[in-house]
Design a protein around this ligand. Structure first.
Ligand code: PRP
Length: 176
């Protein structure tokens, strides 16, 4: 089987959307929010978004959580494993939680619950890609970069079996 990547969202499209997305987010998170990126997928998204927020005067503290869902199949068992937890104090902070894809919703729901339980003063969520067709629980992000159909996408931090994260564009993985 050969793999091919069909272009879907170019690096230019992403850069333009992140400029407007940062403008949408900035008024809601205060001047010195805590930004928590769910790794590894949101690494590239976070790197670009924090600079766009910086241009708008936001001076964030940055932290990360490494989460993974595992089970019998790729559509997730609903069990989220915390591989690395964030270390910043969450209590009374204005928190922006970032993920690359909102798919079943289980990862973002789990991380949101964790941060609320730790006493975040406000919690907003932003995802680069939303695949609403795949949802298993009621979960919406406050801010969405692009809403996409149920395609298997890679690039811009998003992997297939740990590959393709380095690609500047987002594309659909075709296996032929
Ligand atoms: C992916 C993605 C999101 C999550 C979304 O992470 O980065 O964090 O799945 O899926 P969900 O809405 O169904 O929970 P993955 O576990 O593949 O790890 P990665 O971020 O290291 O690629």
């Amino acid at each position: 089987m050969t793999e091919r990547i069909q272009p879907l969202i170019t690096a230019t499209d992403i850069a333009q959307r992140l400029q407007t997305l940062a403008g949408e987010i900035a008024p809601h998170i205060g001047a010195t929010p805590l930004i928590v990126a769910i790794l590894k997928g949101s690494l590239v998204f976070c790197a670009d978004l924090i600079r766009q927020l910086g241009y708008r005067g936001v001076r964030p503290t940055l932290d990360v959580m490494v989460l993974s869902s595992y089970g019998c199949d790729t559509s997730s068992s609903g069990h989220i494993q915390v591989q690395l937890d964030c270390r910043e104090e969450i209590k009374d902070r204005q928190v922006l939680l970032l993920d690359d894809i909102l798919d079943s919703g289980l990862t973002l729901h789990f991380a949101s619950q964790q941060l609320r339980q730790r006493g975040a003063a406000t919690l907003h969520t932003a995802v680069l890609l939303d695949k609403p067709e795949r949802r298993k629980i009621a979960m919406q992000a406050d801010f969405v970069g692009f809403t996409i159909p149920n395609l298997f996408v890679v690039g811009y931090g998003i992997d297939y079996a740990e590959r393709y994260r380095e690609l500047p564009d987002i594309g659909q993985l075709m296996q032929e």
